[in-house]
Design a protein around this ligand. Structure first.
Ligand SMILES: Nc1ncnc2c1ncn2[C@@H]1O[C@H](COP(=O)(O)OP(=O)(O)OP(=O)(O)O)[C@@H](O)[C@H]1O
Length: 828
């Protein structure tokens, strides 16, 4: 532990900080010539006395000067900020009016979100940097090579970036940063891969660059023989282009009209003349650039891309779809009433900024309407589209959304799943919606599926929409992108988080991040729900804790999940929120616990082993039956489940420290139907057993959401929990019994239950371990032979009573119909 030190009262980098340090220190990292703060504090006497003394003397006790004098600090800041003392940077005179600070060493940028120029600065930062953390008052961004690459790909020049940054910064732009920007951006965007008339061209505005590439021993020989070495043409002018997804699109115009002049992405606010970023784009639009290119064969695309990357000239992929006269046009437009939201428009304008389609990733929170973004992109390109989803359920949803938002002929949009290997569309082109596993599986295919695959791989597609890109393994993308030939790719996701850190692969396989929305901003604007997050600490009863301390690590998890105090907290919260009229989802990764909790509380549940018909029945009841207000879900419900009725989430077990899962789960309530009701709040509770590993995992899990600006409250005591009617495991005897049961039923348990996975078909590139035991979902208790019969009976009770209820309803409707027929005949 570092020695405890009093925080400086005015430790913010202030104008004074800048002045005083400039006088004495020329730069950061000066040797320490001050006494240790701890020693000085002791010399100073009790803090209260010092404060009183200074207040009497009318000294500004919160000033930095005061702090330095009080602690005899001659070289003021290094002891506080260490290597992060950047007070040597001169502050501009009007620095208060400028919203950005910068760390010259790491390229970290801090935005004061309360500054009047914050909104404009944020638009700019999203384009050039990676958002790291965006809590209420200060946002942190990082300038990285990839983020600068993305900035260039949307049409910014190095000078644009430097000038705009200069204008927003409180200090002059540090030389290191200027050099970094120039060195990254001068090579990015210089080489483009363009597919024109179904042929691939390596294109550049700089003929010398192409000469350099042609001299390269790997790339040179790949130029298609018999073509001229370099062809020269003028790049298209963009002025007057009407693209859905830009401010000229019909849907956007309607939206803007409603917002009384609110354009360029900010509802309720008029477009400002001073929008520096917009001005930059417009200036770019007017430039007509001459380009030079040489042709390469399709099969050499990947080699050329890799080699260019090695040379430090990453290749930008663009699709000049308006000039593609080879691929048939698709008759598709957004329906007239469709209004694209400002952030959706903004994300699309990054994709189509220069009139061509750029491949890349758009990151929007769950429930913010990624589907419509994908559909609008398809309506812009108007060529054949292939949509890849993670499950057959999503395939159905995507097809329905296409039919809902666009005028596509239903015959031109075909689902290709294991259940529907359907007909190929009748027109010359169309849309295929399928799953990643359908197009990548290596097993023998049925005749129909094989025919469809030949169709998919044997032609060119204008656009490939890749849904939920964060969950799909990189090798799957590789297979997909190498087997299906497409001119542009758009990856959609809510979180660019992969616990395996493979996210950078996506930059290469799909394209750079084009846009990332701010969760808090969208929630303030009512596009996603406001959520109150809380972590509930549940103490472990002594007998459980003793066992926990002794247990091998794999069993520890089970004990902290099955902690009876956690069970009670869950029961209490369900009662409380049901009585408020909420619909509740309880998430548990552990299937044993999922069943045990649901059955004891008499609630419905769904996990990997639940049949399709039963799933739909349970979901339908949860949505429409006022008596079914709580649903227990395993991790199959983490993504793609559209339950806008849900307003409360309780998490009882989760996948270790997975930030992505936490964000996905929160996403289930962000789309709450009631989100725009006066004073409405959704609730997200994470129940953790106190003093166990779960607390560590929990804080790790929350990191992403905290960075998005969510604040987790800690609840250590649930008021009057002991008065809950029928409180489970209230007596020590019941708790001991539970412990015995948990131990007996899980003897010889596996490390974790992984079959309960979204990709449980096992075809998503996850290799089975050789010789590993076969893992089955949710039947661990059965394996041990000690399953409690009372549970099994109860088990059947809730899910089955829903079935019975449905049966009755159906039969009574049926008999009623017969009765009516009889009555009509009798009357006739
Ligand atoms: N511009 C819009 N106007 C009206 N409704 C919209 C708009 N955009 C999206 N929606 C609606 O918002 C809801 C959420 O959209 P969608 O399912 O595409 O979200 P998502 O971002 O894909 O979420 P998830 O990550 O959870 O899958 C849908 O009901 C959709 O119809």
């Amino acid at each position: 532990m570092p020695p405890k030190r009093k925080a400086p009262p005015a430790a913010q980098p202030s104008a004074k900080a800048g002045r005083s340090s400039r006088m004495s220190t020329p730069g950061a990292g000066t040797p320490r010539s001050y006494e240790s703060a701890d020693e000085v504090e002791e010399d100073d006497g009790p803090v209260d006395e010092v404060l009183e003394r200074d207040i009497d003397k009318n000294i500004d006790i919160f000033s930095l000067d005061h702090y330095q004098k009080k602690h005899h600090i001659r070289e003021p800041l290094p002891h506080i900020f260490g290597d992060h003392d950047f007070s040597y940077l001169d502050l501009k005179k009007d620095h208060q009016n400028r919203p950005l600070w910068i760390d010259p060493q790491k390229g970290r940028i801090i935005l004061e979100s309360f500054n009047p120029l914050a909104e404009q600065a944020q638009d700019f930062l999203i384009t050039i940097a990676e958002p790291l953390s965006r809590p209420t008052f200060m946002h942190e961004y990082a300038l990285t090579t990839h983020s600068l690459y993305a900035a260039v790909s949307v049409g910014l020049s190095p000078q644009d970036i430097i000038n705009t940054l200069q204008r927003f910064l409180k200090t002059p732009l540090p030389e290191e940063i200027r050099t970094f920007i120039t060195s990254c951006t001068q090579s990015y965007g210089k080489v483009k891969l363009v597919l024109k008339n179904t042929k691939y061209y390596v294109e550049s505005p700089d003929p010398n660059m192409l000469q350099t590439l042609l001299k390269n021993p790997k790339i040179g020989p790949l130029r298609v023989q018999g073509t001229e070495e370099i062809t020269t043409s003028a790049a298209p002018k963009i002025g007057g282009l009407v693209i859905p997804g830009t401010k000229n699109a019909a849907g956007v115009k309607q939206a803007n009209g409603l917002q009384q002049g609110g354009g360029e992405g900010h509802e309720g606010q008029p477009v400002q003349e001073s929008d520096i970023f917009a001005t930059l784009n417009e200036e770019d639009d007017d430039d007509q650039e001459v380009t030079h290119s040489f042709e390469i064969a399709d099969r050499d695309v990947e080699t050329v891309q890799k080699e260019c990357l090695n040379l430090g000239y990453p290749v930008l992929e663009e699709y000049d779809f308006r000039r593609d006269e080879v691929n048939a046009n698709l008759d598709i437009d957004l329906k007239p009433g469709t209004q694209i939201r400002p952030y959706q428009e903004k994300s699309l304008s990054k994709m189509f900024g220069n009139g061509r389609a750029k491949s890349g990733l758009i990151v929007l929170p769950c429930g913010a309407g990624k589907t419509l973004v994908g559909i609008t992109a398809a309506c812009t390109i108007k060529k054949g589209v292939i949509v890849l989803c993670t499950s057959s359920m999503s395939v159905v949803q995507w097809r329905n959304e296409f039919l809902k938002w666009s005028n596509i002929n239903p015959d031109d949009i075909v689902a290709f799943t294991s259940d529907s290997k359907g007909n190929v569309f009748t027109g010359s082109t169309g849309i295929i919606v399928t799953t990643y596993s359908m197009v990548t599986q290596s097993r023998a295919r049925s005749y129909d599926a094989d025919k469809m695959m030949k169709f998919l791989t044997g032609r060119e597609w204008g656009l490939m929409l890749l849904d939920e890109v964060h969950v799909v393994p990189a090798n799957i993308f590789r297979k997909v992108t190498s087997s299906i030939k497409t001119h542009s790719k758009l990856g959609l996701t809510a979180t660019l988080l992969r616990e395996d850190d493979k996210i950078s692969d996506l930059n290469f396989l799909i394209g750079p991040k084009l846009f990332e929305a701010n969760w808090m901003e969208l929630s303030k604007q009512g596009h996603i729900a406001r959520v109150q997050c809380a972590e509930v600490w549940c103490p472990m009863p002594t007998e459980f804790y003793d066992e926990y301390l002794r247990a091998p690590s794999r069993k520890k998890g089970l004990l902290y999940i099955m902690n009876p105090r956690k069970f009670q907290a869950c029961q209490y919260l369900i009662n409380y929120h049901e009585s408020r009229g909420d619909k509740i989802i309880v998430f548990s990764d552990n299937v044993y616990a999922l069943k045990a909790y649901a059955l004891k509380l008499g609630k419905a549940y769904i996990y990997g082993g639940t049949g399709q018909a039963e799933r739909l029945q349970v979901l339908e009841n949860f949505q429409h039956n006022p008596n079914v207000n709580t649903l227990f879900l395993s991790k199959i419900g983490d993504t793609s489940l559209d339950l806008p009725e849900a307003t409360c989430l309780i998490q009882i077990s989760s996948h270790y420290g997975s930030r992505r899962q936490e964000a996905q789960r929160l996403g289930r309530i962000l789309r709450a139907k009631r989100r725009n009701d006066e004073g409405f709040n959704a609730f997200f509770y994470s129940l953790v057993s106190k003093d166990t590993q779960e607390m560590y995992f929990s804080s790790k899990r929350q990191a992403f959401l905290v960075d998005q600006g969510y604040a987790f409250k800690v609840i250590t005591q649930l008021a009057n929990i002991e008065k809950t009617p029928g409180l489970a495991f209230a007596s020590p005897g019941e708790r001991r019994e539970l412990l015995q049961k948990v131990l007996v039923e899980n003897e010889g348990m596996e490390d974790e239950d992984i079959t309960d996975d979204l990709f449980h078909s096992g075809t998503m590139g996850r290799k089975k371990k050789k010789g590993a035991a076969r893992r089955t979902a949710g039947t661990l208790g059965e394996l041990s032979g000690g399953q409690d019969m009372a549970y099994i009976e109860q088990n059947k009770r809730m899910n089955q009573s829903l079935k019975k209820g449905k049966g009755k309803k159906e039969s009574s409707a049926f008999f009623k119909k017969i009765d009516r027929e009889k009555a009509r005949r009798a009357a006739g």
